[in-house]
Write a protein that binds this ligand. Structure first.
Ligand SMILES: [Zn+2]
Length: 92
């Protein structure tokens, strides 16, 4: 049962990514690796959170984000999916 839920989430996530087509690779200091990052709108859609909650998580260090020279925040997909428990259970 648990496995099925995970697969559903994965599929939805992939669909969102494929639709938006705005996934780019960036170096993430939190992961120490090149990761896929998305803009705040995509990240909020994937996580099912409001943009405000997303930023709050990012500021708490729960989600990695990268700021572009233009001041745009890009969110690390690795840390988003790594926080699925947080994301699915909601924030305390
Ligand atoms: Zn990361």
């Amino acid at each position: 049962m648990r496995k099925k839920a995970t697969i559903t989430i994965e599929t939805e996530r992939l669909l969102i990514l494929r639709r938006s087509g705005r996934v780019v690779d960036r170096w993430c200091a939190g992961c120490r690796a090149e990761v896929k990052v998305v803009g705040v709108e995509e990240a909020a859609a994937i996580a099912g959170l409001s943009q405000r909650k997303l930023f709050r998580l990012a500021e708490a260090g729960e989600i990695h984000f990268i700021e572009t020279p233009q001041g745009q925040a890009l969110f690390c997909l690795n840390s988003l999916s790594g926080n699925r428990r947080l994301l699915t259970e909601g924030l305390a």
